[in-house]
Design a protein around this ligand. Sequence first.
Ligand SMILES: *Cc1c(COP(=O)(O)O)cnc(C)c1O
Length: 421
Amino acid sequence: MAENEEVALAIEGGPRVRSGPFPALPHRFGEEEFAQVREALEQQTLFYWHGRKCKDFCRAYARLYGVPYCHMVSSGTAALHCATAAVGIGPGDEVITTPMTDQGTVIAILAQGGVPIFADLDPHTYNLTADTIRERLTERTRAVIVVHLAGNPADLDPILELCREAEIPLIEDCAQAYMARYKGRLVGTLGDLGCFSLNDFKHISAGDGGMVLTRNDTYAERVRFFLDKGYDRLGMVRRPTGFAMNYRPTELQGAVALAQLKRLPWICESRRQMGDLLSRQLEGIPGIHPHHVDPSSECSYWFYMGRIDPTAFSVSRDEFLQAVAAEGVPVTPGYIGRLVYENPLFQDREAFPGKPYPWDGVYGRSDIRYDPGLCPVAEEIESTAWRCLVHEGWTVREVNDVAAAFRKVAARFTTNPQPTN
Ligand SMILES: *Cc1c(COP(=O)(O)O)cnc(C)c1O
């Protein structure tokens, strides 16, 4: 708008777009959680196999997602590790995944001695695509872990087709993607296994915790054993076969998760409305790319991430965002500052102190490198992205203010002034 160009930016001493603070997350734990935790304690056992809470939670979550099996575990990372173990990842096996994710995704691969192989991303959904995965397939590829980043579903149909052709399983990392839908179907139910996180920062929290969903009988049984030291608690014989972890959740986590489940649809629906509205308002601001969600998908926005076209403005991405933030709007640069492979673990290829494993040439290939330029689109996303919290405490007013701040700053720094008439 022409008027905006005459108003000084807040960073230059002008009036802010937003003077008051943004709303905090609404109360997350209330009577429902207190009651569930009390009931859990009154059971006089907090053991997941003896109490009701974890079992009731798993049944409810499986029903919500329409799959036969749900196992609860102690974290999202544990859920992913159960999944890589269930599909049989072992030393030297290559697992293709995204470089823009939480460390938990790669821990699940390395914990089995697998070799993380990073594929590039779509420039505006920030997700893996069938084409980028295909470029990384080798005869050693044993699985793909797709991450629905920020709650935005990856384009799964072509990925599923690729995995079927290559005869490798697909694991969905849904830690950021509660209630997200791909062509109407909930993500986490389309691949071979779907993994979720209940850590304290996700859409819902049990402090920590995770879930593994599957329709596959064999995988379900392997997860059941793997999360509990290899014990068969359904059978009479407790003789573990093979390596397993202790990823048992406690009844306290089950109780809180059960209560949180009631809030989940509302939380995801509010975020979806606010995020989609922000995209509509940002469309048409030259140089600002909204978070692209396919029209046939539903994104549940664990956060909102857009991009800036660096050629469109006379200032750097960081200077631009400082000006937006000064308008009173909560934006920060990038996803988490660096891609997973830019960390020392991959730069030095040292997962286990002093040991070259799994890149030792015995199990894994020794010629795998994680040099800059490995995933050029992902690197470009990280250096041009901006991130903004969107949550269920927001109203249309917050969306309006974020869009207004971007519009104001963009008008001021554009290198291509639009004629005003
Ligand atoms: C949070 C997260 C995880 C790990 O979950 P934890 O419960 O913290 O172990 C894994 N993958 C992604 C994409 C995440 O966001």
